[in-house]
Design a protein. Structure first.
Lengths: 332, 375
């Protein structure tokens, strides 16, 4: 259980961050929101596909990079950090779904990025297109459904194209238990990236903003909010990477740990994005500042899965995670 | 690690689990009196004889010279087996040992490290004073050079296990030239004349920590750890070990407690969404504590003090401990009014956010030393 990065994992992270900084920095995302210019298949989609982002965790025989969930988690952490628009998550999970139902040609076609796959939850479509495909989780697994029509509506998170949808035919269906933990991991990864981003934003502001002749970070209320973000980010990262290794090892503890990772990510991003606005005072309350982007994206990610008790159950149902011999066997 | 077989770590875990199943103590650890020391030393001795002591300590000091990953695995199995995760040897094993390895002279390492691993020496840490808690550098205990000795006069407080200790790592002022400069860390033999140990009663009733009075206590200069007048660096190293990778078995215990709480909720038939949500959060956080140990293992540099980011682990954990205790108390309902294992545990957890550095101080350290936010 080694959480240190392999060289190709380091490279993946730095290359993704460099590409995002160059083609889709947060300032551009902020401006596009202000100008009402966000669409669901922006330039970063093509660039990311070309760099292999969809392929990171998919097997090599369908054109994947075969780097596993650990590398996917690292990538999606960057996508969270940069509040990157585009249906990367639903498309990646759809590719995994295609593998699970033994349809390699479908996986290959998804990996080409030619047709981004949107997402449906709670009656809404996220980054869906008319006549496109969308991923939808069901109580027993996950499906790809055709979207016969969709009508875009105004969203709290303008970087995610939100639509009212009607769903059409189920094109593919999978009962694989692997998809939900992986999706939870990658949502947690983005939430971790968000937590880190606002931690750094608050840390910088606390150091630079002067009031009463001193940096505001010298005042303990601000200082401690920043420290809390750092603690939360450290915990999220650890749980994220630990879970990713378990998924790659097909460990039976992966489900439980993925649920824990998502739980941590939701709580950390929620508290941290709010504290980040507070630390910035009134300027944090403007559209001209980046802080709101993270708050809104955290909301979307928090609602990524249906509002049922399944996350809580995944955490509470193992009687013994840790005590006694033969731990990690579910009791219910 | 890469030239190991893939199952090597699993084999280690399996061996640990088997040994613990057969050798973990079968009696409950006493809560006060000299029996505490006897129990703790006997258990440590048994671990040493079984070949499980000092897993990540260098071989030259009697350890197994293995990586921190294996130390984590051992601690996981200790918690799983129900073996004690608290001991009067904790200061010696977790704080003093690494401090001596970093700063001790050869003679000091030879005199103490092996014996600590064998369970033959109990240590306490003489840092805090009545007027120097969070502001440790404001301490007043003085040590004056007299020939080849230091003579110490002063008072320490909140000294855990002083009533059992053979030795103490004591922080004293030897020079008035600065605030952090002029401090010295010295090993004090607790049988020296002039030492008076008075146990104090904690909130949960146990007399675990003490006042310790030093009245012209003579200590050879060769007992200084590190440089005279430069003891602040040594003290900081001790504190950073305590706040970082040390005491992992106590931290992993939270996962075991979470298991107990889940079982309790099942048995009572709790349906309260609020309480179940809190329990899920607690269990997720307990899982993260374990993950953080593995993350620390990935970034550890053996032989040097852990970086300040590891203070995040302790800060995270002590807050978790209190929430665990609170849920247990809530589950007790009116039974919480009587003293019992969980209600005493709840009282005990008030120390979590105070001892070893308050969470307020720890947040300052994280903000200042990790994030670079100005003081």
């Amino acid at each position: 259980m080694n959480l240190a990065f392999e060289p190709e994992e380091e490279t993946l992270q730095s290359a993704a961050a460099a590409l995002l900084e160059r083609l889709c920095p947060v300032s551009d995302v902020r401006k596009s929101v202000l100008d009402n210019q966000v669409d669901s298949a922006p330039a970063i989609w093509r660039a990311g596909v070309d760099q292999g982002w969809l392929a990171v965790g998919l097997p090599e025989d369908v054109g994947g990079l075969g780097l596993g969930a650990f590398a996917e988690a690292i990538l999606f952490r960057e996508l969270g950090r940069f509040v990157t628009p585009g249906p990367f998550l639903s498309t990646v999970i759809a590719a995994h779904l295609a593998i699970e139902v033994a349809q390699p040609e479908l996986a290959e076609s998804i990996l080409s990025g030619a047709a981004p796959i949107g997402y449906i939850v709670g009656g809404f479509g996220l980054d869906v297109e008319t006549d496109g495909l969308a991923l939808q989780f069901t109580p027993s697994g996950a499906t790809l459904v055709r979207v016969p029509e969709c009508k875009q509506i105004e969203a709290i998170d303008a970087t995610t194209k939100l639509s009212e949808v009607s769903t059409g035919d189920v094109v593919v269906e999978s009962q694989s238990p692997e998809l939900l933990p992986r999706a939870r991991l990658l949502v947690a990864a983005q939430l971790t990236g968000i937590t880190e981003a606002v931690r750094d934003m608050s840390g910088t502001y606390a150091t630079q903003r002067i009031q009463f002749g001193k940096p505001i970070g010298t005042f303990q209320a601000v200082k401690h909010r920043c420290a809390n973000m750092a603690v939360a980010a450290y915990a999220c990262n650890a749980q994220l990477l630990f879970t990713a290794r378990l998924i790659d090892a097909e460990d039976q503890a992966a489900d439980f740990n993925a649920a824990c990772a998502l739980n941590l990510g939701i709580r950390s991003a929620n508290q941290s994005t709010r504290d980040n606005i507070q630390n910035h005072g009134a300027i944090g309350f403007t559209l001209e500042h980046d802080a709101h982007l993270y708050l809104r994206r955290a909301l979307v990610l928090e609602r990524w899965f249906a509002p049922d008790a399944s996350l809580r159950d995944a955490i509470l149902s193992p009687r013994r995670v840790f005590s006694g011999a033969g731990a990690e066997s579910p009791s219910r | 690690m890469s030239d190991e077989t893939p199952t090597a770590l699993d084999d280690f875990r399996a061996a640990a689990r088997t040994w613990l199943r057969e050798n973990a103590p079968r009696t409950v650890r006493p809560s006060e009196g000299p029996e505490v020391r006897e129990y703790d030393c006997a258990w440590q001795q048994r671990q040493f004889e079984g070949g499980w002591a000092g897993i990540d300590w260098p071989r030259e000091f009697g350890g197994l010279g293995l990586d921190y990953l294996r130390q984590i695995v051992w601690y996981e199995e200790v918690v799983r087996s129900g073996a004690p995760t608290f001991s009067s040897l904790l200061v010696a094993l977790n704080n003093i040992g690494p401090t001596l390895m970093m700063y001790g002279t050869e003679a000091q390492k030879k005199r103490h490290l092996n014996q600590i691993l064998r369970g033959e020496q109990v240590w306490c840490q003489g840092f805090s004073e009545p007027e120097a808690g969070s502001d440790l550098a404001g301490l007043k205990a003085r040590a004056v050079v007299d020939g080849t000795d230091l003579v110490i006069t002063g008072q320490k407080i909140w000294t855990s296990f002083a009533q059992f200790a053979d030795f103490s790592e004591v922080l004293v002022r030897t020079n008035d030239e600065g605030r952090h400069r002029g401090l010295t860390v010295v090993i004090v033999d607790m049988t020296s004349p002039g030492i008076d140990v008075r146990p104090l009663r904690q909130l949960d009733g146990t007399p675990e920590f003490c006042e310790v009075f030093f009245d012209n206590v003579r200590v050879p200069l060769e007992n200084v750890i590190g440089e005279r007048d430069n003891g602040w660096a040594v003290a900081r190293a001790t504190l950073s070990v305590e706040r970082g990778p040390a005491n992992l078995d106590m931290r992993l215990a939270s996962l075991g407690y979470a298991d107990e709480l889940v079982t309790m909720c099942d048995e009572i038939g709790i349906e309260d969404d609020g309480l179940l949500a809190r329990l899920a959060d607690v269990r997720a956080d307990a899982a993260a504590v374990r993950a953080m140990a593995y993350l620390q293992a990935a970034s550890a540099c053996p032989g040097s003090a852990p970086g300040p980011e590891t203070t995040a682990v302790r800060t995270f954990h002590v807050l978790l401990e209190q929430r665990v205790a609170q849920i247990a108390l809530d589950l007790l309902g009116h039974e919480a009014l009587a003293t019992s294992r969980w209600s005493l545990h709840w009282l005990r957890q008030f120390m979590s956010t105070i001892g070893g550095g308050t969470t307020d101080i720890q947040r300052n350290i994280i903000a200042e030393q990790v994030m670079g936010i100005p003081r």
